[in-house]
Design a protein around this ligand. Sequence first.
Ligand code: ATP
Ligand code: MG
Length: 404
Amino acid sequence: MKKIIIIRYGEIGLKGKNRSYFEKALIRNLKSQIPGAKVYNKKKRFLIDIPEEFISEAMEIVSRTFGVQNYSLGVQTNFEISEIEKVARELVSMEVNTGKRTFKVETRRANKRFPMTSQELNAYLGEKILDAFPELKVDVHTPDFKIGVEVRNEGVLVFGDKIPGPGGLPVGVSGSALLLLSGGIDSPVAGWYALKRGITLHAIHFASPPYTGEKAFEKVLDLAKALTKYNGGRDMLLYRVHFTKLQLAIHRNVRESLSLVIQRRAMMRIATKIAKEHGYKAIVTGENLGQVASQTIENLHTIGSATDILVLRPLTGFDKIETIQIAKKIETFEISIQPYEDCCTVFVPQQPATKARIVDVEIEESKLDLAPLLDETMKMVEIYKLRQGKVIEIEKPGMDKTNS
Ligand code: ATP
Ligand code: MG
């Protein structure tokens, strides 16, 4: 019995011309993550055909592919009623194994030459299922699961319960952006939300060796790898910036209370240079409102004014508890709570200003020779290319690319 996966992608953003653009991106993302998959586009849903042994792995991939509204396991059969019944029983047994106890059969009959009406087929299969599984009951209003049957011209499609997908838009339909990725809890979650809206995401991390160690960077690399589970199998670049010299210059030359905001502005400036060089259209941060001293409205404004490209802050409306829930769901939480120093915690001032004004910050920044410091920092950027949870290439300044 050859199983397939049926994917429904909802209707958001699918009207008119957008539709095929959206469909193509989703098909591409599915195929690149499920090697050997054949994807058939059948009116607002896809049928995925893959060898039996990869089915459960493929279901797992589908469950985290943005753009998928819901999905189910199904089988295509011929018009033989005994065949339809056999398939239905097998799908039911899988649902029963997960503890479900009430069901409903839902038939749609597009092919009117089929000898039974939808109602007749519902009743017939319902009865056969009850015979085979005495522990089950029919519930037409709120069943634990449904068995779907579609009688079409080319055959009959029988499928199990609809499993909710992650929703959102397929990665790749919304342009690209650069995520400021710290080792904390928030920024990976912010990145996940950017991916959810179809953004192709790359990441930048500021490290301050020797104040921050290799372990701290490995943790960031692990977070980036975790995010590639949600990026539709696309490549993600992680830019590692050596921030120590710039950070020390800030630390030594500016008023301590403003140093945190000035550090963040320096990050924005470097992120902006990289974004412009590579055509990324926005910067994404894990900043929140009111969570820490640097995140007042005034400070966010002063930090944001160091760049002239769009800054997206998907977590602005989140409580920390909500962010943690998502971090656990997307499996970044356990990585984030590993205890390695972040570059900013090393240089956090005793009493950071909570209302840093742009004029004051600019006066402090004029005490630094910022432009050459930024240029020098830019020359030291390392680039890690990641694909589906693995580093596939590393580019370091002055060295040939290495493939892993
Ligand atoms: P996070 O949990 O993401 O670290 P946070 O609540 O701890 O966030 P901050 O540490 O003030 O808040 O950082 C705010 C945002 O600034 C982060 O979410 C991230 O986007 C960015 N950021 C901070 N430190 C770094 C870093 N070393 N490299 C890259 N981005 C950083
Ligand atoms: Mg942090």
